[in-house]
Structure formats: structure tokens, C-alpha cells
Write a protein that binds this ligand. Sequence first.
Ligand code: AMP
Length: 440
Amino acid sequence: MSFTSLGLLPELQQTLHHLDYRQPTLVQQQAIPAILAGRDLLASAATGSGKTAAFALPLLQRLAGQHERAALILVPTRELAEQVADACTAYARNLDLACVAVYGGVPLAEQVETLSDGCDLLVATPGRLLDLLANEILDLSAIDHVVLDEADRLLALGFARELATIGEQLPDHCQRLLFSATFPPAIRRLAQDWLRQPLEISATPHNRPAPKIKQWVVPVDKKRKPGLLLFMLRDRGWRQALIFVKSRKGADDLVTYLRGKELAADALHGERDQETRREVLAAFRERRVDLLVATDVAARGLDIDDLPLVINFDLPLAAEDYVHRIGRSGRAGASGTAVSLVCADEAPQLAAIERLLQRRLSREEEPGFEPRHELPQAAPVKPGKPTKTADFHGRPAAAGKTPGHPGGIKRARPGPAARPGAPGNKLTGRTTTGGRPRGR
Ligand code: AMP
């Protein structure tokens, strides 16, 4: 299938040619015509599936020439906000449409300035969007389309209440699109609240990572993980890798260890400021840093192409994060490798991951690093059995009933901030002050 047959504008097709996108990915093949036709959408698509273009291209087409109207894309992290905004800007190069990203961690005033000319596509993290709404810098009355991007992650990061508040302020007629890599019960409930007779599409089999990623587990004692990592990097000649750890301290400690072995490593975690994180990422992309040691939150939404190797130095607390992590390799059909160093303490997390994947991961001990504390086998994995996974903090997923969730998003009215007569009547930046940024 070609992009031409999807009914995209010549201006967009030209851009795709320029970007050397030759064929639509699976999610693009299914999502683009449905979004152009105005359908709500529930899409199962992992990072790397081409999901950003799947919603951005048709939304840009629908907004072209509609300067009164706008689209809102809600994302879990600032990195993803920047990445999606960059992609949208690239896709919009032949159209007279502007895309802006707003997110916490930078002064509100800076973003008020960026917004002062208004925009057609607004990419936002929920906390910062609420700050802007509360300060009456934005209103959502001109929004015709809204996307929840990486919805599972939005919930895992505790944004359910923010989403409900934002949902109440969106115009009733809004087209709503929900993209998620995984479909735990909380996502199903969110979809029921947000979407109207959505078309369901699946670009990856439910709850399974994109194909072509070779994954295995190396059982090892906790204390010997750094030594094993070093051994595997050297023994297998692995040069570039994204290494996941569970804590900021863990990231810093591992970077110190690797640097002590004369490896070019750096850390990406929430305690590092935005500018430093950008620099670290640029260094990794340009191969001045070979080993990027990251926590889940910091690594969310990184757009690093052709990453051959993801190493789980620690398993994630939430099984869904495993899928997100290993989605960093094997992007857009490339093959990748994901290896997890797992100690006996992590057996419950491994069991949750295997339940989510509905299969066992193969275990391969490294000679010389055989564990003294055995990694227990989980109960047999039963395909098709509903999965119950831990959430971001290791609580059972039933906690998807997020505390304080008001019980469903009402779409029936424009919110109090909506101002049909607002200047330009699209996402207008009005520089009012007051209120307190919540800093998300
Ligand atoms: P995403 O899943 O949106 O994060 O996209 C993953 C990567 O695939 C990005 O680097 C995109 O630029 C790239 N990509 C998206 N769609 C295509 C396509 N149809 N052909 C080639 N590359 C693509």
C-alpha cells in the first residue's frame, strides 16, 4: 500500500517523499483513512510503530485551511511532547500550520510567550495544560480533535484526574483518538469514557511488543549485575545501548561504575534539568555517549532511531513499562535486542511481564555469573487469561480506579474557560498572570 492511496493531500505526500517514508506502517494504513473520515479511534500501537504520523498526518490534513480550529495532543512526558511537536512540525512543512509543545519543568512565562501567536496543534502534558487553563492563558473551545498519546503511560503516571478535568472542558463535538501500547482494564475504562463508537485498530497484537525484537533473561545475583553487564558489553562487542534502571541513584551509580571502566556512559533521569537531559540525548544520538542509563520516566518518548540494544539492568515495577522499554529497539520494523538481567528479588516482576506477554521469556545464564540465589519460575503462563499487572508503583492494576477519579468524563458542555468569542478563536495565547504553576 502507498501513501497516495490513503487520500492524503499532495502537500503531505511531498513531505513524506522528502522524509523518505516510502510506505505507510500498519497503524498508519488503518488510522489515516479513519481519522480523515472523522471517526473516533482506539488504537493499539507501540512506540516505534509510526503512531505519531498515524494521527498527525490526517489531523494536519483536517486542519489545513481551517484556521479557526485546532487539535490537542496529550502526552505523558515533556520528552514525548517535544518529540511529537518536532514530528508534527516536520510533517506540516508544506502547510501553513503551527505546532507548539507545552510541558512542565520550564517557566510558565516562557511557554506563554511561545503561545502568544496561537497555534493549530498543541502538544501538552496534562499538568501544564491545566496550569495554562487555570491561568486563563488558553481555552479549549476551538479544539476539534484530541489525541491521548501513550494513554497507558498517562494513566501509569497518575494523570487520570487531570484527563477527566481536561475532558470536561473539551467541546462536545471533538473527534477523540486514543493510542496505547497496552490495554490494561484501566485503559478500557478510559476508552469507554472518552470515545464514541470508536473504530478499534491494532497495529501490534494486544499486549505484545513489536515483532523482531530478540528478548531473553539472564538470571544473576543482584550484586553481580554491574560485573555481568560489563562482561556482556565486552564479550559481545555491544557498543551502543539504552540501559534501564529503576531509580535515579541507581542510574548515577551505574554511570560512575561504567565510566570507571572507561566506557562513555551518561545518565538520563528526572533529577537532571531539561537542558542537561537534552544535551545527554544529543550526545547519545551523536554517539559521543555509547551507554545511556535511564529511568522509565526520563526515557519515555525518546525518539532514537535504529537503537540496536535495550538492556534492563533492573526490571520495571509495572509490566507495561517492559513493553515500552523494549519498544525502544526494533523501531518501525528494524530488528532489535532486549536483554534483562534479573535477580531472585525480581521474580514477581518477571512473572507479571510474562503474564502480560502471555509467554515465557527464555533464560540464558552467563558462564561465571550463575546465580547463587535461584530465580524462581513463575506459574505456567496461560494464554488468553486476563492479565493483572502492577501499576507504576507496584500496586495491583485495579488501582486503575485512580484515587479521586470523578467517575467518567462528561463531554456535554464547553468548560467554564471556553470562550466562543476569543480572539482568532483558536488556541490563543492570552498573557494573563496569577495562579501557581504546578510544575509537572
Ligand atoms: P513513532 O512510532 O511515531 O515513534 O515512530 C517511530 C519512527 O518511525 C520515527 O522515527 C518515524 O520518523 C519513523 N516512521 C514513521 N512512519 C514511517 C514510515 N511510514 N516509513 C518510515 N519511517 C517511519
